[in-house]
Design a protein around this ligand. Structure first.
Ligand code: SIN
Ligand code: MN
Length: 293
């Protein structure tokens, strides 16, 4: 999938692109069907909402679930990001966020690159988020909120919030959010929420400031997030377990476009469990990986 000059210009200006209904209901069905079993697992890679059973985030399903392994190599996501970053990509993070009916908690205002820089020592912002809706997203079930153009500010001040939700995040304070929203148009477009049917996709810049409210509706808002990083920009520290910040910097090779509805062999290296090495963490910096000449 090639982006048009108008889309490239829009991405540069706004920091995101929205593709409503990019994947068909048939394509999202196998993904959706696999989620309840993945969420039922009592594993470290399932982070539950604070004090609740509901899963907030499942990490790394592309390493142990066949439909998600195929999604992680889908050309409709990988190719436009490769085009935008001008380089081969590796998977930095893969999550299936629940935002379950009645229970899904907020995501505070943040930039993803803030966390990747502060925790993982990712050298630059040359990484991208891709969101795929597995449920319809409406104004009622906690849609993402973006501040258009906020990526132009680069990395902004953030503090490590360890208490608001069950998941630590580097968050942006209210005064700065007020300024950024004002700069983006205040009540007229200073915050936008892409909404659409299951199968919709959003590409968004790693410095775009975003958040989402809680889900008080009776409708789940399950979404998959791929964080794709330029290979030369790989992380330089393993402070977080490997299921959160991946350590395999091998470039992603795409499967054919029909991979979600037809069968293709995929590797599932964590099918029989997460290796002990993936749980080891360190504050030491690692050497950049050099390609053989
Ligand atoms: C995120 O920002 O990583 C997740 C936000 C959401 O799922 O609403
Ligand atoms: Mn985020």
């Amino acid at each position: 999938m090639k982006l048009s000059p108008a889309q490239l210009e829009q991405f540069d200006r706004e920091g995101y692109l929205f593709f409503p209904g990019l994947f068909t209901p048939e394509e999202t069905q196998n993904l959706n069907d696999a989620v309840p079993e993945l969420y039922s697992r009592r594993e470290d890679y399932n982070i539950r909402e604070k004090g609740k059973e509901a899963v907030r985030t499942n990490f790394a399903a592309h390493l142990y679930s066949e439909p998600f392994a195929k999604l992680g190599r889908h050309p409709r996501m990988i190719e436009p990001v490769q085009e935008l970053l001008g380089e081969e990509l590796y998977m930095h993070q893969f999550k299936i966020n629940g935002k379950m009916a009645f229970e899904g908690d907020v995501w505070q205002w943040h930039q993803d690159y803030g966390t990747w820089l502060n925790d993982d020592q990712m050298p630059t912002e040359r990484a991208m988020n891709v969101a795929i809706f597995l449920d319809d997203v409406t104004e009622h079930n906690g849609p993402l909120m973006f501040i258009p153009g906020s990526h132009k500010k680069g990395v902004v001040d953030a503090k490590h919030d360890l208490t608001t939700t069950s998941y630590p995040l580097w968050t942006v304070d209210n005064d700065l959010i007020r300024q950024l929203v004002q700069r983006a148009g205040g009540k007229q477009g200073g915050i936008v929420s892409p909404k659409g049917p299951a199968g919709s996709m959003i590409l968004f810049h790693s410095c775009l400031v975003h958040a989402s409210g809680s889900n008080l509706s009776p409708h789940n808002r399950v979404s998959v997030y791929l964080s794709l990083c330029a290979v030369s920009n790989h992380i330089r520290r393993h402070k977080r377990p490997e299921y959160i910040a991946h350590r395999d910097f091998t470039p992603i090779s795409c499967l054919p476009d029909d991979c979600l509805v037809n069968s293709y062999p995929v590797d599932l290296p964590w099918k029989d469990g997460v290796p002990a090495s993936a749980l080891q963490t360190s504050m030491d910096s690692i050497e950049p990986v050099r390609k053989a000449a």
